[in-house]
Design a protein around this ligand. Structure first.
Ligand SMILES: NC(=O)c1ccc[n+]([C@@H]2O[C@H](COP(=O)([O-])OP(=O)(O)OC[C@H]3O[C@@H](n4cnc5c(N)ncnc54)[C@H](O)[C@@H]3O)[C@@H](O)[C@H]2O)c1
Ligand SMILES: O=c1ccn([C@@H]2O[C@H](COP(=O)(O)OP(=O)(O)O[C@H]3O[C@H](CO)[C@@H](O)[C@H](O)[C@H]3O)[C@@H](O)[C@H]2O)c(=O)[nH]1
Length: 340
């Protein structure tokens, strides 16, 4: 079986990718410092090495010990407003982490890398939907650090014969449709997780950051992609590299935008109850709208998303969050609050 090192595999997306790798017959090995990930997100039987991806010695030893043939690199810091408040920590983790990983790949002779990049590299695109070949002008430290990591990977590729697929994810949401994994951070910051928390009575309301953008209803627009579809895009990228395919940088989204208010309505439909919200000023570092041109990932990698609907994404997210809530608050129990 082909062994694949998954950095950040105890996290939300990495955890889903580990399941997709197992489903596709690969042997994932997780390296994670558990800074935001959780040990129990790693399925039984999958080796977990607890450590920092910037520790090139540890990563090289892990690659050799498991005879890994490829790496999926998810480990990073990724909350946009946090990156605005703590840019140095973001640059350190996202750039030094990628540097350590690349050094260890070169040392251990591992030449295939799938990298978690982000739509945040684009900043405020002049044309929407956004193509991969437009100039990247990130407007927050998170996006800037990820763009720098992409460039670092490009340089390592040219000098050391490494092949890579950088997937620029748009907004990842939802949970494993089979209920095996999902987002586990206790304090939700992402919109869909926050709205699910409100629908489940764990918070009073959702703050809508800005209703004065130049978008159809004035609120921010994003291209939400289901985490299980994203995971299969990684397996497709891995196959491409194992079959000798060349370097690719590809958007990963569905090519459709949804506003904050549209997301809140979808959560209300899924939960069968209203989600109170209040309008607040724009959040620093937020672009008004981000929607992908996402033909490349379908055409070149043969990716076939199967959960491509906002209702599906929100439904799976709510079901996962509901399982973590008190049973009386589960979706489908309209009088839950009265009994809580
Ligand atoms: N969630 C999104 O909407 C989104 C969108 C675009 C890109 N991404 C990218 O996807 C990747 C995974 O994000 P996620 O949503 O699963 O976040 P997450 O916080 O759930 O997962 C990140 C994982 O990496 C681990 N980690 C962080 N720094 C580490 C280090 N230095 N060494 C070892 N492990 C470390 C954490 O413990 C965690 O398990 C990130 O690279 C992120 O930039 C996420
Ligand atoms: O409580 C909230 C949370 C978010 N939003 C808005 O909802 C949209 C989505 O925000 P959020 O879910 O926080 O995600 P983003 O800030 O768009 O960033 C995500 O999506 C990016 C790609 O587009 C990734 O790079 C990042 O890692 C990931 O956090 C934005 O318009 C926010 O202003 C609110 O109005 N209220």
């Amino acid at each position: 079986m082909t062994a694949v090192l998954v950095t950040g595999g105890a996290g939300y997306i990495g955890g889903q990718a580990v399941l997709a790798l197992l489903d596709a017959g690969y042997a994932p090995v997780v390296l994670d410092d558990l800074s935001t990930g959780l040990r129990d997100a790693v399925p039984p039987g999958v080796p977990l090495v607890v450590g920092d991806v910037a520790d090139a010695g540890l990563v090289a030893r892990t690659l050799r010990a498991h005879r890994a043939e490829a790496v999926m690199h998810f480990a990073a810091s990724l909350v946009v407003p946090e990156s605005v408040a703590h840019p140095l920590a973001y640059w350190r983790n996202n750039l030094a982490g990628t540097l350590g990983l690349l050094e260890s790949c070169v040392a251990a002779g591992v030449r295939r890398l799938v990298f978690s990049s982000t739509a945040a590299v684009y900043g405020i695109p002049e044309v929407l939907p956004v193509r991969e070949d437009v100039p990247c002008r990130p407007i927050n430290p998170y996006g800037a650090s990820k763009l720098a990591a992409e460039r670092l990977i490009g340089d390592a590729s040219a000098a050391h014969g490494l092949s890579f697929v950088a997937l620029r994810y748009f907004n990842v949401a939802g949970a494993d449709p089979a209920g095996r994994t999902g987002r586990r951070r206790p304090a939700a910051t992402h919109l869909i997780a926050t709205a699910c928390d409100a629908a489940l009575g764990r918070r009073d309301s959702v703050t809508v950051y800005g209703d004065d953008y130049d978008t159809p209803d004035g609120t921010g627009v994003r291209d939400y992609v289901h985490v299980a579809d994203l995971a299969t895009a990684h397996v497709a990228a891995l196959r491409h590299l194992l079959e000798g395919g060349g370097n690719l940088t590809l958007n990963c989204g569905y090519g459709r935008g949804h506003s904050v208010l549209a997301v809140l309505r979808a959560v209300e439909r899924a939960a069968g109850r209203s989600v109170p919200h209040r309008i607040a000023p724009r959040r620093p570092g937020d672009p008004p709208a981000l929607v992908a041109v996402a033909d490349g990932v379908r055409q070149i990698l043969g990716w076939r998303p199967v959960h491509d609907s906002l209702d599906r994404i929100v439904g799976d997210a709510l079901a996962w969050e509901g399982r973590r809530a008190a049973p009386s608050l589960l979706p489908g129990r309209p009088n839950a609050r009265a009994h809580a």
